[in-house]
Design a protein around this ligand. Structure first.
Ligand SMILES: NC(=O)c1ccc[n+]([C@@H]2O[C@H](COP(=O)([O-])OP(=O)(O)OC[C@H]3O[C@@H](n4cnc5c(N)ncnc54)[C@H](OP(=O)(O)O)[C@@H]3O)[C@@H](O)[C@H]2O)c1
Length: 330
């Protein structure tokens, strides 16, 4: 099969190799999937570059997310799953065989039936973004009837978070973006109020919109960079669920204002969620897809030969939505 792999970390153009590898066969409890779309996430490029520590395996076929068709099942997996359209998650985390190959073998429960109306490209954009958004929204009892602030609402995770919050019955969804184009993306996703955080006073705008009460729940892309503001606009007993802190990796913050209001600071690391949390995310994402309320945004689609460019597109920080590589066509 054709695949992309690397055996040392570094720049995409220096370490990613395109070539032929032996096609893997599914073991007990596994499925083999013909990968039609492979999603590239920041995590994939950070692991490749070395920003997340040493390699977990000596040779890595990258990308955790993907979508395609089950072509073989291992012992113990229902043969009725053969031919099923599926979306894939956690294919590459501490595993050799990610989705950037014509065939990917992974545990059967990491291959989730894809509703007919959802394209494989959209399916390859669900794993990390939608599951992270789901955990961030449901980490403390869900968001039904709550006011939610999603920072970075045009980002892959943020965009999913707006849509899943809507599906989950949030009373109001406020989001922050940095441009008019991103505001349009966030509005289309279902945000009730979009704030340009480069041009507006976010705290003032949020407090005005919530009659001074603040928001019950924040889905936070940039904990350290935004915490001083978040502390002023999180409501009593509120939760700040954060999944990134790139600009300030060791934030210093005023602890007591958060303690006095019983605020929960909840870190989210998707790869380490429990099997129950994973199953809950899969069930809810499926339900939101079927309800027509979750539609991932696609930024760009690349042939397997251009995987280097796809990685560079993610690293550019200029994308809006998922960057997709097509190992076996669409
Ligand atoms: N912990 C986990 O399990 C987990 C899971 C998924 C992703 N992540 C991490 O989360 C980050 C985002 O991932 P992604 O896939 O959503 O990336 P993405 O599609 O590039 O989106 C990031 C978004 O955040 C916005 N942003 C950056 N700084 C901001 C700030 N201070 N306030 C508001 N918005 C801000 C960016 O837009 P502007 O710069 O235009 O504002 C962009 O729209 C990455 O670092 C990724 O590695 C972690």
């Amino acid at each position: 099969m054709r695949a992309i792999w690397y055996e040392r970390q570094g720049a995409a153009s220096e370490v990613l190799t395109l070539g032929e590898r032996a096609e893997p066969l599914p073991g007990p409890g596994e499925v083999a999937v013909t990968v039609q779309a492979s999603g590239v996430n920041p995590s994939d490029v950070k692991i490749r570059s070395g920003a997340r520590g040493a390699m977990a395996v000596p040779l890595q076929i990258p990308h955790s997310d993907g979508a395609g068709i089950i072509k073989a099942v291992g012992e113990g997996v229902d043969p009725a799953r053969l031919g099923e359209r599926v979306w894939l998650f956690s294919a590459a985390y501490k595993r050799v065989g990610g989705t950037c190959a014509e065939v990917c073998v992974l545990p059967a429960e990491h291959a989730v039936p894809l509703p007919d109306q959802i394209s494989v490209k959209a399916g390859a954009a669900l794993g990390i973004p939608a599951m992270t958004a789901h955990r961030a929204l449901f980490c403390n009892g869900g968001v039904a009837d709550k006011t939610v602030l999603v920072t970075g609402g045009a980002g892959a995770v943020g965009h999913s978070a707006i849509q899943i919050a809507k599906w989950a019955g949030a009373e109001k969804i406020i989001t922050t973006v940095s441009s008019a184009a991103k505001a349009a993306i966030a509005m289309a996703a279902g945000a009730d109020h979009v704030i340009n955080y480069r041009q507006q006073d976010v705290v003032e705008a949020v407090l005005a919109d919530t009659q001074g009460a603040g928001v019950d729940h924040i889905v936070e892309v940039e904990l350290g960079g935004n915490l001083a503001q978040s502390a002023q606009m999180i409501a009593e007993h509120g939760t700040i669920a954060w999944y990134g802190s790139e600009s300030a990796r060791e934030p210093v913050f005023a602890a007591y204002p958060l303690m006095f209001r019983n605020v929960t600071l909840q870190g989210i690391f998707l790869y380490a969620i429990t099997p129950e949390q994973r199953a809950s995310a899969v069930a809810d994402i499926t339900s939101a897809l079927e309800a027509g309320l979750l539609r991932p945004l696609i930024d760009s689609v690349w042939p397997l030969e251009d995987t280097v460019k796809a990685h560079e597109r993610v690293e550019s920080g200029e994308r809006s939505g998922a960057v997709i590589v097509q190992p076996s066509g669409g």
